[in-house]
Design a protein around this ligand. Structure first.
Ligand code: AP5
Length: 208
């Protein structure tokens, strides 16, 4: 099964994609995580991407498309995959259609207020890539999975979050109609508890 998880920043794409990828035993492909890996390793791509990411802007399409195309060549993608945060522009979606066949696109629906609340409380672990919310942590600075030091993502600063929302509305939201017209879109509520949302994700995708 080849899936796309679509939704505004903080909609829960990563949270649910990681869980479903484990359940289906297929890789979750997060372009955001891949880019953050490049930034951390200080590759040329990472150095170029960092300025866009820190400002909440999208990294240029050609950089992303090349990176994803390369990732899909890896053997673990042969049995299916979940894209988390890709595609994000119509140009990316059109390029993708030339080298992959998508079975369904999950659209997570969340209001701006909930997004702002979630991202202001998000903590991430740079060691294991875990994502948490301070509401659910006993200690807001220690990763409950690996004991690493939790940090606030640079693009979760309040001003950058507002820009990311604007960028989403302008550049990514048109993909909802794009995929609806292709008959691939499946809507799911992204508000409420993680477990309740995950049940909706499974139902929207027809997975038991
Ligand atoms: P990326 O890392 O993809 O960020 P994003 O799309 O802005 O998404 P987030 O990771 O912020 O949110 P999410 O929907 O995964 O939510 P999460 O599960 O973490 O991209 C970062 C940057 O990289 C971009 O701004 C851009 O610069 C660049 N980039 C990446 N891909 C690109 C592309 N294709 N083209 C161009 N540029 C690209 O959940 C959020 C929080 O909510 C967590 O703390 C979670 O614990 C909490 N939470 C609370 N309740 C729930 C619930 N019910 N369900 C899920 N999570 C919940």
């Amino acid at each position: 099964m080849n899936l796309i998880f679509l939704g505004p920043p903080g909609a829960g794409k990563g949270t649910h994609a990681v869980r479903l990828a484990q359940q289906l035993n297929i890789p979750q492909i997060s372009t955001g995580d891949m880019l953050r890996g490049h930034v951390k390793a200080q590759t040329r791509l990472g150095l170029e991407a960092k300025k866009y990411m820190d400002a909440g802007e999208l990294v240029p399409d050609d950089v992303i498309i090349g990176m994803v195309k390369e990732r899909l060549q890896e053997p673990d993608c042969a049995g299916g995959y979940i894209f988390d945060g890709f595609p994000r522009t119509v140009a990316q979606a059109e390029a993708l259609s030339e080298f992959a066949k998508i079975d369904a696109v999950l659209n997570l629906i969340v209001s701006d207020q909930v997004i702002i609340d979630r991202l202001s409380g998000r903590r991430v672990c740079p060691d294991c890539n875990g994502t948490f919310h301070i509401k659910h942590l006993e200690n807001a600075s220690v990763c409950p999975n690996c004991g690493g030091k939790l940090v606030i993502r640079k693009d979760d600063e309040p001003e950058t979050v507002l820009n990311r929302l604007n960028v989403y509305r302008r550049q990514t939201e048109p993909l909802i109609d794009y995929y609806r017209q292709k008959g691939l879109l499946r809507d799911a509520n992204g508000e409420g508890s993680v477990d309740a949302n995950y049940a909706e994700v499974l139902e929207a995708l027809g997975i038991r």
